[in-house]
Design a protein around this ligand. Structure first.
Ligand SMILES: [Ca+2]
Length: 94
């Protein structure tokens, strides 16, 4: 993808997809619609609602995987936390 050609290092972009409301059900921020089975969803192997959140313990913080970023190969990842300073991609209607 030419768009990603200049990126170096940890290159991911938020795509506006999360499962904050219901674990394993990913919805788009733009319209609230869920990604359904059979729709375009190029998940990293083993992701796509399979990686569950890990509750906090007395010694470790929770690991929340609720937000999705795309890498330079076009693969979607459930990222640890939604706070990372990735850039983001937007879709524009013509
Ligand atoms: Ca999640």
């Amino acid at each position: 993808m030419i768009l990603f050609a200049d990126c170096k290092g940890d290159c991911r972009w938020w795509i506006g997809l999360n499962d904050k409301a219901t674990e394993g059900t990913f919805v788009w921020l733009s319209n609230g619609q869920a990604v359904t089975n059979g729709s375009y969803s190029p998940w990293q192997s083993g992701e796509g609602g399979v990686k569950t959140n890990t509750p906090a313990t007395t010694t470790t913080p929770a690991i929340i995987r609720d937000c999705v970023a795309i890498d330079r190969q076009g693969v979607w990842h459930e990222c640890k936390g939604c706070h990372k300073l990735y850039k983001y991609l937007c879709e524009e209607d013509n």
